[in-house]
Design a protein. Sequence first.
Length: 139
Amino acid sequence: MSDPVVVHSSDANERIWPGGGKGKRLITPEFPGSKNLMVGIISAEPGKSPHRWHSHVVDRADDFEILYPDGFEEVYFIVKGNGKLTWRKTDGKVRETPVQQGDAIYFGKDIAEHQVLNTGDKEMVLVFVGSPPTRWRPK
C-alpha cells in the first residue's frame, strides 16, 4: 500500500504554452510517476489562448514538442474567467460555444482541431486532466 503524494504548485516548472498561456504540469509520468494521468493548471490573459489551435497528435512550438499518445482524452475545468471554445470540423467550418467559470470541457479520442480563447476582461484559469499522459520533448 502506497502513501499519497502531494505535489506543491510552487515546486512545478512553469512554461509558456503555444497560444500565450502559462502553466504547470503537476501530475506526470516523470513526477510523481503516474502511468495513466496528467494533471496541470494553465492561465491566459484576456485575448490569449491557454493553448493555441491544436489537435491531439503532435504540437510543435519554438523549443519543444507535445506528443499525444493514441487514445488520448482530456478535460478542461474552468476555475476562473470566461471565453469561447472553438473547433474546426472536417468540412473546414469553425464552430464555437461560450464557456465560463464552473464549466467542464471534454475532448474525446480523435478530437477536432480546437482552442479555448479568453474573451473576458480578466485572467482565465483552467485545470486540465489528460489520459494517457502526453510527453514533452525539446526540439
